[in-house]
Design a protein. Sequence first.
Length: 437
Amino acid sequence: MIKTQISRDHAALMTKRALFGVYERKDGEPSLAAVKETIDATARAFEEFKKKNDQELEEIKKKGAADVVTVEEVKRINAQITELSQKYRDLQTKMQRPAAGGGNGETNETKTAHRQAFDTYFRKGRGDGELRELEAKAFTGQSNPDGGFLVPTEMSSEIDRVLGTVSVMRSLATVIAIGTGAYKKLVNVGGAASGWVGETEARPATATPTLEELVFNTMELYANPAATQTVLDDATLDLATWLANEVNVEFAEQEGAAFITGSGVNRPRGLLSYTKVANASYTWGKVGYVATGASGAFVAAANGPGDCLIELIHALKSGYRNGATFLMSDLTCAAVRKLKDTEGNYLWRPGLTEDKVDTLLGKPVAYDDNMPAMASDSFSIAFGNFKRAYLIIDRAGVQVLRDPYSNKPYVHFYTTKRVGGGIQNYEAIKLLKFAAS
């Protein structure tokens, strides 16, 4: 008993060390030791979770109900794994961020002058006339002084880089930059007929392919960070890094929700906002789904709760499965972790090396808490080749309008960018519906 308690205390200590950054470097950046310790703590927690979950299942089998203490232990360890998983993702994000003081080494004289003028405008609120003239030379058609000035290229790139590390859908989907307000593409939804013929045989006429135009409009996304003039007067402040760090959280939260549930009105259209049909009735323009067989849940353990996930994988055409990923919230994953196959093997596995991710039935799992929690008729899990399924459009250029008057002594920077998004290939994504059918 004493040995067991010491073991538990040691595991708890290791978990806390991983969760609360014992191994962060003095400069605030995570070390490789922190990553390794988080991975090791996850492995230990998952082994403990399996033992306790098996104990709970055995108690239910023998007594009809599990001991309250066992149930609470399973919940505690499950939550611990979720925390560790989030900690690991946070560490990865921090390690992928570029260091402060960057810049792309731009030597073009006009752009260099623009960068210097923007710096003066940003810090002091002066030189907007010179900045307007420079933008007219270098950024024809994109400058809009009434709505702000275009930030220099390296600052815009910094914002995009940071967003790319914190936005789940941006890391999964295809992202392109355009210079206009909308992006159009033609897709072949019918296909031209084809076949095999001998060398001298007649070639029958083939059907004309059915083409459909997809239009992705960009909508305005904004953030309004603030700083004191004292901070702005600090010559060591790297403006690109400061602005990126200030706006990325707001941008990422707004984008993240829109890419999943957005209506398409004044925001991107989210992957869950399209018409959904049972996969057997799938047609282009709709998203096919597979049902779990139970309202708001997986079916009971005796009935094969993981079968619907296998069906979901194979609902996707084989050409899309290579590169496909599960997408769900952390809450949904907590339920998925308990699922086992007929031989008693757990379907979910944690990524236990630095270059590995969590897997479900051998497929990668990505987590986005914008995905709905399990509920009656909810579409809480998506499985797809998101690079081919979903398109994110960035209109080139981020604009900033300086406002020193609205909230003295703070200077606000009304920052805007235009973003669009939507499904570009309906075949490349399927959903899991938590319902009887």
